[in-house]
Design a protein. Structure first.
Length: 449
């Protein structure tokens, strides 16, 4: 088939395709072979009806629709490949008149394609990179956290409950003098002042003595997720059984030895310092990479289209909806809680979608300019790693090549990683920012000089 195309506005092109008379005849033959298997004609076995009889029985145009579909599908994709176009949506097909066997067939396809990217500077980008310094205070803070994690609650002899204590209580909530579902517990341990209950509950416990009973008149917040309680005035009946305090283990060799990784506290501190250093360096690398890529994207020019941005926006909202579901929430509930309509949320998320689309387009253009590609061995290695996290049936489907979207997604991800690495490897850390602790040390040096 012969084709050419015309560039239209807004990243759209108009493809013009002509199928020769011989190609039209072949399409009719293919259409006949397809249709004859789908119909039954008296006196003939299914699939064996001669074409002339088929057309007599169902009309001359019985094959027209299938012949057109064959030619349009084949011609469109051939034209896209020939002119190296990258469509981003479905084409709008148009043709005049009826298809006729023995004559050429012409059609047009208008489609939106990926916008062209005018690349700016993307190598030797200068960006700040934070110096990573782990102080003794950092290590001590981690030890304190570990100590808190292994603390035990022990009963204490106190006259009254105070903020910071742990209370073992029974409680039951009443709405309109009737107990409401989910509002009761026995032997429940609560940290007073931690803010895990509705406002006023924990504060209302302060001053209680052992075995004391107390009524707490409270009001649920209007944004409370359980709608039948949101904004409602209730009364909680509470009884205090025990007052407990947190008892921290001693930070010594025996403590770290019980953790099973180190024999002495000093060995543990050394390992912890290295872990913190590694984490800080990884965070600094991530921040540096993000800043470099941000500059590269800002240096480039590209005309974004609603099709691409709206598609990315749908994916962002889909991921949000999935995250909410894992926490037992529906998107409608989230919108109500945040006092947003769907349109308002889309407007707020649109800038993020635009940045993501532009970033993808710019990185794709750089990959093309640099000839970056993914080898089959690299692809197979990454796929082999990823599929271990899927069910056996899905693994088999991927290995048999039936899930092309997954394979192409992995290929795109690897190509993006290579492109980002090329950019970041050439980038230059500049004006290295001091880590907060070191900045403080530098200030002290200035004061004492």
């Amino acid at each position: 088939m012969q084709s050419n195309y015309e560039q239209l506005e807004n990243n759209r092109v108009l493809l013009k395709v002509e199928a020769a008379a011989e190609e039209v005849a072949n399409a009719f033959t293919e259409a006949y072979k397809k249709v004859v298997k789908q119909v039954s004609v008296p006196g003939f076995r299914k699939g064996k009806t001669p074409r002339v009889i088929l057309e007599q029985q169902f009309g001359k145009d019985v094959l027209h629709q299938d012949a057109v579909e064959i030619l349009v599908t084949r011609g469109y994709f051939q034209a896209v490949l020939e002119h190296k176009l990258e469509p981003v949506d479905q084409p709008q097909i148009d043709f005049e008149g009826e298809i006729e066997e023995g004559k050429p067939f012409n059609f047009q396809a208008e489609v939106e394609v990926l916008p062209e990217v005018e690349l700016g500077a993307y190598q030797n980008i200068k960006a700040p990179k934070e110096l990573t310094v782990v102080t003794d205070e950092d290590v001590e803070a981690e030890l304190k956290t570990l100590q808190e994690r292994h603390a035990e609650l022990v009963a204490v002899d106190k006259e009254a409950l105070e903020k910071g204590d742990f209370a073992v209580i029974d409680f039951e909530g009443y709405l309109n003098e009737k107990a409401f579902p989910g509002g009761a517990a026995q032997g429940y341990t609560i940290e007073v002042g931690a803010g895990r209950f509705i406002p006023g509950f924990e504060e209302g416990l302060i001053g209680m003595a052992l075995n004391e009973e107390r009524d707490l008149p409270l009001t649920f917040p209007v944004e409370y997720q359980q709608q039948d309680l949101a904004g409602q005035a209730v009364v909680f009946k509470v009884k205090l059984h025990e007052i407990k305090a947190k008892e921290l283990p001693a930070l010594d060799d025996e403590f770290v030895k019980a953790l099973g990784e180190h024999e002495t506290l000093e060995a543990f501190k050394t390992a912890e310092r290295k872990r913190l250093q590694d984490n800080k360096e990884k965070e600094a690398d991530r921040n540096f990479e993000a800043e470099v890529i941000k500059q590269v994207v800002e240096n480039s020019r590209v005309q974004l289209t609603d099709t691409l941005v709206n598609r990315e926006l749908e994916q962002i909202i889909h991921r949000l909806e999935h995250d909410l579901e894992t926490r037992g929430l529906k998107l409608e509930e989230y919108l109500k809680y945040t006092e947003h309509t769907m349109e308002q949320m889309q407007d707020e998320l649109r800038p993020e979608a635009e940045v993501r689309v532009k970033t993808d387009l710019v990185l794709g253009a750089i990959a093309k300019a640099e000839g970056i590609s993914v080898t089959e061995d690299e692809l197979k290695e990454r796929v082999a790693y990823l599929i271990q996290f899927y069910a056996p049936a899905v693994q088999e489907e991927i290995l048999q090549g039936k899930n092309r979207d997954f394979i192409e997604g992995v290929r795109s991800s690897l190509e993006r990683e290579k492109t980002v690495k090329l950019i970041v490897d050439s980038a230059v850390p500049e004006g290295e920012a001091l880590a907060p602790d070191e900045a403080g040390d530098k200030e002290e040096e200035v004061k004492t000089e």
